[in-house]
Design a protein around this ligand. Sequence first.
Ligand code: PGA
Length: 256
Amino acid sequence: MKVVICNSNVEAAYIAADMVTAQIESKPNTVLGLATGSSPLALYEELVNRYRRGDISFACTTMFLLDEYVGLPVDHPQSFKTFIRRVFTDQIDVKAKAVYVPEGNALDDQEACRKYEVSIVEAEGIDLQILGIGSNGHIGFNEPSSSLASRTRLITLTEQTQRDNAPYFDHRNDMPTQALTQGIGTILDARSIILVAFGLKKRDVVKSAVEGPVTAMMPASSLQLHPNVTILIDEAAASELEHSEYYRSAFGGVTS
Ligand code: PGA
């Protein structure tokens, strides 16, 4: 794992945007995996800025979202489909039909998940997956106890995840209790992965994910099994890491 301790989330966004830019320059028909949540927002903003300046085009890219709530109307302001359109995909030149989101309203969840996996395979896999990390260590919505080999499927959200995400909804009862999510096995199939995490509330899960044992109880620890992962964190999120001096000497100064 490459652990990069950044001065701020803005610096992390800049480094991540450089990585996305380099990926698209080397392969214009790049397949990107997208996360929702607050952590990647600065990255999406930076990518939109670069697009507006004419520095990058997403016209040939394909994008797959990690997850979607079950049971929300597609146009609900807090559906992940609406969210990612608002903060990113509607502001760039990616083709609307090249942005895939798990079908949270499908009549047949299993079939929708199977089709999602097939779509990823037909796109020849994800080149670069962007991830956040939940306060319980989830990636996508793979809650603790998710199999490290899991594929896209229906999952019940933990109480903690429901509490974390409820503030985005007008009423606590509007918060869905289930979601469709890419599995951990699906995520690990990506050819490269960037995880972003910021703030003191992420310090314990970052410590466990990076330096703890690989265990289904800490889904992000599965990233230790992947050969090409970059963890971009700020000082606060890095504050529990035992080997931070090593990470600084080995991976620091990556700014451009
Ligand atoms: P956050 O969510 O970026 O809003 O902290 C991360 C997640 O739940 O995966």
